[in-house]
Design a protein around this ligand. Sequence first.
Ligand code: SAM
Length: 346
Amino acid sequence: SSETEGDEAVQATNDDASVCKRSAVQLGYWNDPFLQYFMRGPIVRKAPEINRGYFARTFGIYKLILKTLEQIATSDVVYIPKGEGNRSRSNSVCETEVQIINLGCGFDTLYWRLKNDRNIRERWSKIRISSFVDVDFPSTTMRKVHYIKNNKALLATLNNDDGEISISKFELNAFDYHIIGTDLRDINQFGSKLANCGVKFDLPTIFLSECVLVYMDTKSSATLLKWISEHFRTSLFVNYEQVNMTDRFAEVMLNNLTMRGCRLAGVEYCKDLATQKNRFLEAGWSGVKAWTMNEVYASIPMKEIERVEAIEMLDEHELLKQLFDHYCIAVAYNDAMTLSLDSVEL
Ligand code: SAM
């Protein structure tokens, strides 16, 4: 394998993210009954700023994914397998199929959260997530596969459709859920593994990368984004990562990571919102929007803000503001099927 020591430090960032998410979930910031199954050891309580930061991140990403599903579900165009063309919804009995591909997934439980979200089933019964694909380094997927294989609650969601599950050391293939172990810098292997697990390039597809691209050298992440843009002509990409990495606060963030042996090889794209947006346009995406986490936080409904702000006292409001100013969500789209993906907003 071409994995290096630096890669190991990058993989360890997943354990860190999982521990932080667990802390926030335990305190009631959001509901995720599945995360606990991917973790061993005691629950660590993180600082209120960290908990709130992870809350905003999880809330923002989930909301944008729901909005994309809603946009696809309510558009007039219905996907019908190749050869039959697109028909208008009124005279079609077909379901709209969508794929979700989670790049650098770590132990993210998004598949289980979406599948068990009653709102989705009730509100948009015509939409079906035909393939959800989790992708990470083999050393991480090996652990994810191991946890799933040994857990009834996780398997129950996979088994819902009576499909067979095939499991190997690094990969898993179920009816609508797949785990791929690969290095995302190896675009040929990534592409062939996607095709092998039944991903269709002509279906509307949502890509997610949550704190992942920044760990890849700029050339590799640019190649990846370009390849996706060229192969998935109806797609939306949600990217969460660092931004405004040019000031004193950013310097401290970077030093902390360096001390843990971790390098943000792709930090060049994190200078500001403009560099984040340009990377997508340069990679051939049709359009892109981006918001700092302060903007994301401001978009959360008042009731929800009141609920989470009552969970813990926060002394350092200024610190949270600064933290939120150094992370962003970008949404890029290609819209060959004219699903009005440009209207997906916070
Ligand atoms: N997305 C998850 C989340 O937010 O909880 C995990 C985030 S963690 C900070 C970064 C993840 O990206 C790790 O699981 C790491 O292994 C993965 N990753 C980074 N570079 C990768 C690469 N070149 N190929 C595959 N996975 C990669």
